[in-house]
Design a binder for this molecule. Structure first.
Ligand SMILES: [Zn+2]
Ligand SMILES: [Zn+2]
Length: 305
């Protein structure tokens, strides 16, 4: 047998997935699941709630394949969709499996169970056709800082720092537009499941969601991520991933220091701050990776005497 050196280099996968399904014993499930992930050497963040499972993990390809195979053997997750990215290594530092009340903290005063009702699902092709040719309102179902690094052309910036602010924001901004065609999108689709469920309970009549989210849209062969500007924020060490693979793409981020266009995210060097901010490369060097003058002169890491 050949010893092809290239094949010896480990290739990693990054998985993103969710399933709304009743989990009767979230604590017991989480304990077992944590064991499975540790045995497979996976790293990432997984949430378990009475309403389902939501996770993003990285691991060696074989480990990720085994993980997927194990999960889909459970009838509750038989139809779960995994979005798969390739990576040169882990994109997380640790493995967390946490039990929560809700998969996405929404705390709406109306039901938001997507198993009962949720917005119409659009495939990437259907989504693109609608935003290109129809009179629609596009709502970014994420937070303001995610919007600022990249979003669909024409989408409305949510004035929300966290997902729980959405019910109030939706009511105050779109309360008089309940019969309009409204489209929502988010990273992997899970937030829109709840957001559109809430909107339909609140009386909106024509609500659509991008099935599989931005990540799926960016992998779609037909649309090639068209009409997305900037990058897509992700919750792991990659920080952002590209979505639009066409020539028609705008850079929309601006440097926090000088205002020039940039897509370069920096974690503030000050260990007490660590603010993620956009900085062009000259400013990153000038400010020594700090977000402000104060942080530039603050200690980089804890000082022990
Ligand atoms: Zn700059
Ligand atoms: Zn800072």
């Amino acid at each position: 047998m050949f010893n092809d050196e290239k094949e010896l280099i480990s290739v990693y996968h990054v998985l993103l997935y969710y399933q709304f399904v009743a989990i009767d014993d979230p604590d017991g499930f989480a304990d077992q699941h944590r064991q499975l992930c540790n045995d497979l050497g996976l790293k990432g963040r997984i949430l378990v709630a009475p309403e389902g499972l939501n996770g993003t993990v990285s691991g060696k390809v074989e480990a990720c394949t085994q993980y997927r195979d194990t999960l889909v053997q459970d009838p509750r997750f038989a139809s779960m969709v995994f979005k798969i990215d390739e990576s040169e290594g882990h994109t997380f530092k640790k493995m967390f499996v946490r039990v929560k009340k809700e998969l996405v903290t929404f705390r709406a005063d109306l039901p938001s169970n997507p198993l009962e009702v949720t917005g119409h699902r659009l495939t990437p092709t259907e989504w693109k056709a609608k935003i290109e040719h129809e009179d629609v309102i596009i709502i970014d179902g994420r937070t303001d800082y995610e919007y600022d690094i990249g979003h669909f052309r024409g989408a409305i910036r949510p004035d929300c720092e966290s997902f729980r602010e959405f019910p109030d924001w939706i009511r105050s901004h779109f309360g008089d537009k309940k019969d309009k065609t409204i489209l929502t999108y988010c990273t992997g689709g899970i937030r829109c499941e709840k957001l559109t469920a809430f909107m339909m309970h609140d009386g909106f009549t024509n609500v659509y969601q991008l099935d599989g989210g931005i990540v799926t849209y960016g992998k779609d062969e037909q649309t090639k991520g068209a009409l997305w500007d900037g990058l897509c924020y992700v919750f792991d060490e990659r920080v952002t991933v590209p979505i639009n693979h066409t020539a028609d793409r705008n850079v929309i981020g601006t440097c926090h220091h000088c205002g020039e266009p940039t897509e370069h995210y920096v974690n503030c060097r000050n260990f007490r701050c660590r603010a993620q901010h956009l900085a062009c490369e000259p400013c990153e060097a000038l400010f020594k990776s700090a977000c402000s003058m104060e942080c530039m002169v603050a200690p980089e890491r804890p000082v022990y005497n």
